[in-house]
Design a protein around this ligand. Structure first.
Ligand code: XMP
Length: 315
């Protein structure tokens, strides 16, 4: 039986004796990286810098929430607003895989810069057992390539510290609760974030639109599930389509943008069935999006495709 107290008593002195100089960790606000940051912070205090990179493509309110949480947990942290850089790098990039590559590379650049400025000698990562078991090392085949394993270039001269390496998700959750970290049971969210929910080139304006639409979808589906109108889907969000259509604004014909709603049931994301969201809930979402975003969006559609043949995300 995993005992978080015992684990901390064993690991904290161990981390303290391993990390001689300064260390840095990238924290997304997810449970693994937050637990790793809090643990190492308890061991070495302000010799750890926790960096949260705001790419401009985060969910609504996310940056503030993470900032507050890290402050409350007394973790020495820095919120880096790198949105300008990310939007610049993504200018004109349309291909989904290129978007992922550009975002990954840019993230490493920003993080490396912070590591240098802080004179970090160690890199802390919240890698947990399934990450490296599935990603494989020299002797294993790669099943899936995970972003946080081998995500940094070989020439980064930082020594790797992975305090959660032997833990499984339920153990990390136990540890999180023990450390006073709110464990959210939030739906999965892709690393490239809202960039892959904007079909076509990414702009700050479109990121704002899809961020707002995603927030409305989340709010309304969570409310409907709480009220017992439906089961909360496994994943649910909005996508901004590169399609404009005719609408009416007062007496005028206008061209507006189109939002697609995606909600699916799934076990592990490998296959998925579209959620049978009640029409009254879909209508609420549609009315809210077209009212609150009437300057930009005048049409909302619902994606009724399973995976396969579609994927969950549109890119
Ligand atoms: P798809 O769209 O392939 O998604 O059916 C399956 C699950 O993976 C998430 N996803 C990603 N997660 N980086 C991530 O960290 C990515 O590039 C990425 N692409 C898709 C998706 O949100 C879903 O939960």
């Amino acid at each position: 039986m995993f005992d978080p107290q015992e684990f901390m008593e064993e690991m904290v002195p161990d981390i303290r004796s391993t990390i001689k100089g300064k260390a840095i960790i990238a924290c997304s606000g997810g449970v693994d990286s937050t637990v790793a940051a809090v643990m190492v912070s308890q061991a070495i205090g302000d010799r750890l810098l926790t960096v949260y990179v705001d790419t401009g493509m985060m969910r609504k309110g996310e940056t503030k929430t993470v900032d507050k949480m890290l402050s409350r947990l007394k973790v020495n942290h820095k919120i880096v607003d790198a949105s300008e850089e990310f939007f610049d790098a993504l200018k004109g990039v349309v291909d989904p895989e290129s978007k992922r590559k550009v975002i990954g590379e840019r993230f490493i650049r920003v993080f490396e810069r912070e590591a240098k400025q802080f004179h970090a000698d160690y890199l802390v990562q919240g890698t947990i057992a399934p990450d490296w078991i599935e990603s494989g090392d020299d002797t294993r085949d790669t099943i899936k390539s995970h972003h946080n394993v081998g995500g940094l270039p070989k020439d980064v001269q930082l020594r790797l510290v992975e305090p959660l390496r032997d833990l499984y998700k339920d153990e990390v959750r136990k540890l999180a609760r023990h450390l006073g970290i709110e464990v959210s049971e939030r739906q999965p969210f892709p690393g490239p974030a809202l960039a892959i929910r904007i079909m076509g080139p990414v702009t700050r304006e479109d990121a704002e639109i899809v961020r707002e639409a995603c927030a409305i979808v989340e709010e309304e589906l969570e409310r409907a599930a709480e009220q017992g109108k439906m089961v909360l889907p496994w994943q649910y969000f909005a996508i901004l389509l590169p399609v404009q259509s005719v609408g009416v604004h007062g007496d005028n014909r206008v061209y507006g943008k189109t939002i697609a709603i995606r909600a699916v049931q799934s076990i592990d994301g490998m296959s998925a069935a579209y959620s049978k969201v009640p029409h009254e809930v879909l209508e609420l979402i549609s009315v809210r999006i077209t009212n609150e975003m009437k300057r930009n969006v005048n049409r909302v559609v619902y994606d009724i495709t399973n995976k396969p043949p579609a994927t969950i995300e549109w890119e």
